[in-house]
Structure formats: C-alpha cells, structure tokens
Design a protein around this ligand. Structure first.
Ligand code: NAD
Length: 468
C-alpha cells in the first residue's frame, strides 16, 4: 500500500528546519541590499560555473536538449538575477507617497518589509528555472526559504539540493526533496508566504492549507491558453510561432498554446505552415523526428499514457489526425501531433493538454472566439495573430487572461518589466522582477504625524464635525 505520511525522521527534520529558520528570519529580514546582492551573485556564479552539470541533470530527467536548457532555464534565471541585482537598492528604498489634503501635516511612505518565512514548491517542466527564479526573488526581498522541488525530475532536484546546501546555511535556505506527502507535511507549517507553481488542482490544495495559517500565496498555475489566428494574420509567421511555442519542451510549458482558434478561410494554410515549421525545427536531415535530440520526451510514463489516451479519446469522438500521432512507450515519445474537428471531442478540449498535441478549431465570426474562450476558465496566456487593430482590441477587451501576446508566443515570460502570472484558475499573484520582489514583501504603510491637526474629529462632537 502507498504510504500517505512521511517517515518520522523526515517529519522531525522538516520541523527542525522550520524552527531554525524561524529563529533566523528576523536577522535575514534586516540584511541590507549589499548582503542580499552578494547572495544573488553566489547563485549567478554557481550557474555560470556549472552549466554542463545543470544540462546533464535535466537531460537525464527527460532528455531536454542542452541548448534548450540554456534558452528555457538558464537564460531566464540568470537574466532575472541580474535584473534583481541591478535594481534591488532602488526597490528596497522606502517609497515616499504624496500627501493628500485631508492628511495635511503628515508624511508617509511604503516600506517593503520581507514576508519572513517562505515556502516554494516547484514543478518539473522547467525544473531549474521554476525553482531558482522565485528563490532569487525571495532572497532579494530578504526572506528565509524552504524549497521543495518536483519529485518527477529527481536528478535536477538532487542538483538543486547540492547546489543550495553548498551555497547557503540551512537556517536561511534549505531544500527538502520529496513528493506530495512531503509537500503536505510542509504545508502544515505556519509559513508567512507560500509560492507554488503547478497545476490548478494542487493549487487549490495549497490555498486551502495556507488558509489554516492565513499565509499569503502566490499560485502560478496553468490551464488552456488559446492561440487565435484571424483572416488577416501573417500565416507563415503564425505557423512558425505555433510550432515553436507548442512543441518546445514537447508542449510541457505552462504558457504553451493549448489549442488553436483559426478563421476557417486560413485554416488549411495555417496547418501547412505549422507542419512545415515543425519539420524544419525538429526534423532536419537527422533522420526523423524520433531520432532528433532537439525534441524533448514526455516526463514519465503516467503523463505519456495520459496524453496517448487524450489523443485516442479525441479520435473516438470525431477528431481527425492531420499530422503526427506516433508514439513510443519505451522512450515516452509522442511526436508533434495536430488534430482537427475537436469541437466536440470531449476531454482534449476540457483538460490542460501539457504535451505535443495541438487541437485546431475553426471559426467564422469573431464572437465565436470570445464565446469559446469565455466558456472555459480564464487562461494563463492568450495569443492573437492578426494584422487588424480592431480585431486585436476586440479579443483583448472581451476576454480575461494572465497575459496577452500579439503576433508572437511565449516571449512575454522573458520581459523583465511585465508581471507574470495568471488570473483565478490560472493563478493568483504575480512574479518576475519588481513584481516578484513585491510579492515576497509586505508593503507596510508608515505614516508620521508632524502637526497634530486631527483633534477636531475627536469627541465630544460639536456642530463643526457635522460640517466636515
Ligand atoms: P503538480 O501540481 O502536479 O506538482 C507541482 C508541485 O506540487 C510538485 O512539487 C509536487 O510534488 C507538488 N504536489 C503534487 N501533489 C501535491 C499535493 N497533493 N499536495 C501538495 N503538493 C503536491 O504540477 P506539475 O505536474 O509538476 O506541473 C505541471 C502543471 O504546472 C501544469 O498545470 C502547468 O501549467 C503548471 N505550471 C505553471 C507554471 C506557471 O508559471 N504558471 C509553470 C510551470 C508549470
């Protein structure tokens, strides 16, 4: 029978670490910018000296190509750390606010105070990036952290543990490896802030657990992100963006386009452009998609079988296979796959796909697009390919999503000045740069009285108060 609780010694270890960090949290909270910057530099230094080690761990976990590790993991993390280092002094300064007339005689500012003890729970799909990036934001804001990486990428989790225990004392930053049982144990503790990246289902469990201690949460979740292509779009570009955005990391990207809504007049052109771009990216002379090392595998057999059954279910429910569909269970391989006629194809249009399977749905009127998107949960990302300003505005103004990208895909994640995150089912709270620093800080309102003019509102009440 599967164990549902963690062994006693691990439970004690977790509680011990929590207590250690509790006694140290106020020291860490008082650290000035230069000390925090030194810690961030340590992370940066480790990353630049251990590129191959990081690439190797992630390759062992799910054959992610070393170049994709640079692009999808290290560039994001290192860019974020450099941005934090560059701006931290400014962000940490008290933020003076103007004095409104009714506050005459006072001055006030916002102090960015560390939240305190933070828990970070991360997923497997970008296992290094999605653990270290929020960690850097938590460090910048002056917190202690316990980090639990995903059990589905054990080589990367072990590397993260070795890395962080070498760089930091455990009363400041500690890594606890393990699965849902370990998360559950950690979630029993009264952390001040919980930063969770993962599925909406587990996000709900995290939020419920956080409510026991009224811990604040950042939930970076997922969902079904639509990719809209209207009649005016540059179809060749849309096909290229779609092939890259959907098939990089074998579709296991939270902001990957989940499904396409394309105008019926350009549907077949878009399919051809997407197939052409896919073949160009992942099937050069190497001798077939299955042989190329540029295309990741599905993380484990459970997810492989889930995706295979999603395809089978769609085909049984009226969908047509127009490209791909090859699978190899021995290698958890699923080729880039395109399906059409999935309008009524059941599960594939209800669940987040999170794999290299792309349903394409056609529309005639823009209103159908809005109706379809708004019938589901609010997406994490919304992609619009169009050359018509009024269409773009219509799609943006009539939907709600964590982010929108016009005529491209995924790249908003790398924009240092934009908040990253979802809305409701796709997430709560934001991360990245100043937004991440703020998320890991309590925005403390500080007001100083200088003239003491407010006594007129104190009792005993006189006719003057009525006139105020
Ligand atoms: P997951 O929710 O299954 O797991 C995420 C983390 O939660 C892991 O560390 C796991 O051990 C832990 N966990 C699992 N079950 C738990 C439970 N019952 N109680 C407490 N903790 C538990 O997600 P995943 O499969 O690792 O990642 C895929 C999901 O994450 C997708 O939905 C994807 O869209 C989303 N995601 C979102 C972002 C984002 O930035 N918004 C980024 C990457 C992935």
């Amino acid at each position: 029978m599967e164990e549902t609780i963690v062994p006693k010694d691990l439970e004690q270890k977790i509680q011990h670490l929590f207590q250690l960090q509790k006694s140290n949290a106020s020291n860490i909270a008082r650290t000035p910018a230069n000390e925090r910057i030194q810690k961030l530099r340590k992370l940066l230094d480790y990353n630049s000296k251990n590129i191959e080690k990081i690439q190797e761990a992630i390759f062992l976990d799910f054959k992610k190509h070393p170049s994709e590790v640079i692009i999808g993991e290290l560039m994001g993390v290192n860019g974020e750390i450099k941005h934090l280092i560059k701006n931290l002094r400014t962000w940490m300064r008290p933020h003076k606010v103007p004095t409104p007339l009714n506050m005459f005689g006072t001055s006030a500012y916002v102090k960015f105070e560390p939240k305190g003890q933070c828990l970070i729970i991360s997923p497997w799909n970008y296992p290094f990036n999605l653990a270290i990036k929020p960690l850097a934001q938590a460090i910048a804001a002056g917190n202690t952290v316990i980090l639990k990486p995903s059990e589905l990428t054990p080589n990367t989790s072990a590397l993260i543990k070795e890395m962080l225990s070498g760089l930091f004392p455990e009363d400041e930053i500690a890594v606890i490896e393990g699965d849902a049982r370990v998360s559950t144990e950690l979630l029993n503790l009264p952390f001040n802030h919980i930063f969770f990246t993962g599925s909406p289902q587990v996000g709900k469990i995290v939020m419920k657990a956080a409510s026991r201690h009224l811990a604040s949460v950042t939930l970076e979740l997922g969902g079904k992100s639509p990719f809209i292509v209207d009649e005016t779009a540059d179809i060749k570009t849309a096909g290229e963006k779609l092939a890259w955005g959907k098939f990089i990391n074998a579709g296991q990207t939270c902001i990957a386009p989940d499904y396409v809504l394309v105008h019926k007049n350009v549907k077949s052109k878009l399919i051809s452009a997407t197939v052409e771009a896919t073949e160009k990216m992942f099937n050069p002379e190497a001798g077939g998609l299955e042989k190329t090392t540029d295309f990741s595998r599905i993380v484990n057999q459970r997810h492989f079988l889930r995706l295979k059954s999603l395809i089978e279910d769609a085909l049984e429910n009226g969908a047509s296979l127009v490209y791909g569909g090859e699978t190899n269970a021995g290698d958890n391989y699923i080729s880039p796959t395109i399906l059409t006629g999935t309008e009524k194809a059941g599960r594939i249009m209800q669940e987040e796909i999170f794999g290299p399977v792309l349903p394409i749905i056609e529309f005639e009127q823009n209103a159908e697009v809005i109706e379809k998107i708004n019938a589901g949960e609010k997406p994490l990302a919304l992609y619009i390919h169009s050359r018509k300003r009024s269409n773009i505005d219509y799609f943006i103004n009539n939907t709600s999503s964590g982010g929108v990208v016009i005529n491209d895909v995924l790249i908003h994640y790398a924009h240092k000045e934009l908040p990253f995150g979802g809305v409701n089912n796709s997430g709560i709270g934001k991360s990245g740069g100043i937004w991440g620093f703020t998320e890991f800080s309590n925005q403390k309102a500080v007001l100083k009285q200088r003239l003491n003019l407010f006594k007129m509102i104190y009792p005993p009440y006189t006719p003057r108060v009525k006139k105020l």
